[in-house]
Write a protein that binds this ligand. Sequence first.
Ligand SMILES: *Cc1c(COP(=O)(O)O)cnc(C)c1O
Length: 231
Amino acid sequence: MPTPLPRLLQSLENAARLAGRPSPRLLAVSKFQSATAVAELVAQWRRERPGEVTAMGENYVQEAMAKQAELADSGIEWHLIGHLQSNKAAQAARHFDWVQTVDRPKLLHALADARDPGAPPLNVLLQVDIDGEPGKHGARPEDVPALADEAASLPRLALRGLMAIPAPFPDMARRRDSFRRMRALFETLRERHPGCDTLSMGMSGDAELAIAEGATMVRIGTALFGPRTPR
Ligand SMILES: *Cc1c(COP(=O)(O)O)cnc(C)c1O
């Protein structure tokens, strides 16, 4: 079945061009989608954009591992974008290429300890609770510099930048403000860690706004796969 992928890629490019920015990377969010649906999307993605990295985001380690087993040797780059409990960190370090939800030192160390020394370093993004929401995961903005230094000191990790899920304010001006604060935090981070190249923000409902405000990676589920049915 064809997906809305070509139209989506075009709209991301248009948003970047309007903002005078490079096109962001697409992370296709495949939580609750079948391995078959993922394989179809990847095949279409490779036809549309030969040579582009096909990156999939998953929220749950177990669900991702089951899909990865079905899609072995598919060349997909796997990103963990769901909250990670420390007791799942070792599995995450072995089964993902990126972990976007690192928000505490303990998790950094658990990931680094479990990463196979023969594998490339695990790419990590620090998740930031940019709107200070009660009960929300993510590091406080003021804790980012120390966490970044710690991440950068661990040889089996590659610190690549920041990730956020801003509060879903219906008022787009408030959402824009959250994205702007993330961008400022990212620019500050880059002064000390110039290897950081990724600011992951924006989802199906606000990707264009996030791109206008500096996202280098957007995470899109619904707009690619349609509505999800949790299992
Ligand atoms: C599910 C999810 C997405 C994708 O959301 P859509 O609105 O379906 O595009 C992006 N980021 C995270 C962290 C998610 O959990």
